[in-house]
Design a protein around this ligand. Structure first.
Ligand SMILES: C[S@@+](CC[C@H](N)C(=O)[O-])C[C@H]1O[C@@H](n2cnc3c(N)ncnc32)[C@H](O)[C@@H]1O
Length: 292
């Protein structure tokens, strides 16, 4: 993964002082209160409390709204159980409810972005088209879609359609007039297929030792993103010292990679179990345990 811990132990936010618990009493947060912090709370409420034009980049890996059937999935032929994304956080009653959630998150993110900031949103075919429309309707100007081709995708177990081996990242600025955003062309050339900085990244999904486990050895989060994906996002579109916001942070891959690359972060996550996972990751990096 070519990721190294940098600096001394105190370069990292101490795992114990990493978390800010949002409360109804908290009216607003200054940048200093939330820089390099994980805010345990609902992004729909917390984003409204962040200052305007405060961050250099936003990364959003939202619920997918997969709408999987409410039953156990088994593999075709071998019949073993499939570990599908069945989490409550991925459930919405309708497209209208999902669109309302995404519209609120994306419009507040736009307010919090500095004038030249960029935003990345990642999703599968289940929701990326709706997200793209919402972004354009809110005034965002799309710079690229980057296609992540997975070298080890989940097969289509029922054998009834193509195996879905891609996710799409939309990369955008606040509006069409923005020209002075950060783009590291050399990094883009390194990661895209061929030597021209093409918008196709080929890399595996997160597996093995990188995957956080719960007390029973099961994966802690069903959709933890690979460190390498965030490394590419951060190195192509941010500079050292930049502030990166992730309002639906999961187990904190964005902030974790940001700190290893000398960027700052603000993360928001609603689930305390995942926030505990983030604390563990930060404890580990301050001990120098970083994926190679
Ligand atoms: C697709 S996952 C993000 C995974 C993350 N990128 C990682 O690598 O771990 C989406 C996350 O959004 C969180 N979430 C959903 N609704 C939220 C809300 N209203 N406020 C904050 N977090 C929320 C879920 O708990 C879930 O962890």
């Amino acid at each position: 993964m070519k990721l190294k811990a940098y600096g001394k132990e105190n370069s990292y936010p101490c795992a114990e002082s990493l978390v800010v618990v949002d409360t109804p009493q908290a009216q607003g947060y200054s940048l200093e209160q939330v820089k390099n912090k994980v805010i345990l709370g609902d992004a729909l409420k917390v984003l409204k409390k962040l200052p305007s034009e405060a961050v250099d980049m936003v990364f959003i890996d939202p619920p997918y709204f997969l709408q999987l059937p409410n039953k156990t999935l088994r593999r075709w032929k071998v019949k073993s159980l499939v570990e599908a994304v069945q989490d409550d956080w991925d459930k919405f009653s309708s497209f209208v409810e999902y669109d309302t959630f995404m519209t609120q998150i994306l419009s507040e993110a736009r307010r919090v972005m500095k004038p030249n900031a960029t935003i990345w949103v990642i999703a599968t075919y289940h929701s990326i088209f709706r997200i793209g429309k919402i972004m354009q309707d809110l005034g965002y100007w799309i710079l690229n879609d980057v296609i992540w081709v997975k070298t080890n995708p989940m097969p289509n177990w029922l054998g009834v359609r193509f195996t879905n081996a891609t996710e799409t990242l939309i990369w955008a600025v606040k509006d069409k007039k923005v020209k002075k955003y950060t783009f590291n062309r050399e990094a883009a050339k390194e990661y895209g297929i061929g030597k021209i900085g093409a918008n196709v990244w080929v890399l595996p999904i997160c597996t093995g030792a990188e995957r956080l486990k719960d007390g029973r050895g099961k994966r802690l989060h069903s959709t933890q993103k690979p460190v390498e994906l965030l490394r590419r996002v951060l190195l192509t579109s941010t500079k050292e010292g930049d502030i990166v916001l992730d309002p639906v942070a999961g187990v904190g891959t964005t902030g974790y990679v940001a700190r290893c690359l000398k960027r700052n972060f603000i993360m928001i996550e609603i689930n305390p179990r995942y926030v505990e996972g983030i604390k563990k990751r930060f404890r580990d990096i301050s001990l120098g345990n970083v994926p190679e």
